[in-house]
Design a protein around this ligand. Sequence first.
Ligand code: CO
Length: 333
Amino acid sequence: MTVIDMHAHFVPREWPDLAARFGGADWPGIRHTAPGKAMLLLGEREFRPVHSALWDAGERLAAMDRDGIDIQVLCATPFLFGYQRTPEQALGAARIFNDAALELCAQAAGANAGRLKSLCQVPLQATDAACAELSRCMQAGHSGVQIGNHVGVRNLDDEGIVTFLQHCAAENAAVLVHPWDMMAADRTRQYMMGWTVGMPAETQLAIVSMILGGAFDRLPPSLRICFAHGGGSFAFLLGRLENAWHNRDIARGKSEHPPSHYCDRFSVDSAVFDQRALRLLIEVMGEDRVMLGSDTPFPLGELSVGKLVRESAMTAAGQAKVMGGNAARFFGI
Ligand code: CO
């Protein structure tokens, strides 16, 4: 069995001064503060302290060996998305981070060759530029794309975003949807509530808007799309959504079928941190549509990658699917 962790993040060790190159203010930056330690910046403002596992391939591979992970699929940290920038600015920055991701993966050489794979990022606010960058990245060796769960007020059923997802299907590019730019920011500033409350709600919102907005009815079934963090609040609240769909016509939106009909159109990762939640997720999504995803190397990720699934009461066959079989099929590995 090949064990695949399909949700992990990186930032490059360094990158150019984006404000100097593209104009505009408050670009993401990085300031190295001590060996193996750095501060991520937004403009001059300190955003988050980070450590070298984010950019050091050797450290990453050592952690994978420790946890019994054969392959890791890494993607950018969402604060690098740049969806609020002009298309030209966002495309320029995306190219820098996409090329850096491939360089990081290429550092896994020799016996480790092929153990690190990457998802690109695209300027999702500009459909044509996003499609072009996706095509370039798939040619260059990326395994798919990570997108944010919304672009400003545009949810994933937005016409331009659906066009981009159709392009992903045509290019055979797997899609990971990651929450970002969380709702109710003014009420979730404390205690990391943006991560513990905002992110699951954003992810649920993304899935619900795709279903009710008719996006899945417009997209080909061949599209491979996965939502991070177990799909956020979706699985637990599917019954509420289903009830609303059946009992209030205004809650049906444009979907041709009840919400539960669409659960076989997408996947989720396993980052739910609780055996009860994992059991519910497997029950709602099926064991073919849950993939090991750790959110490593962040402190809110699974610190011992794969522990939750390995210690679950799933059958050996089911565990093998979740630990790697599903992801191998999803990414064409
Ligand atoms: Co993540």
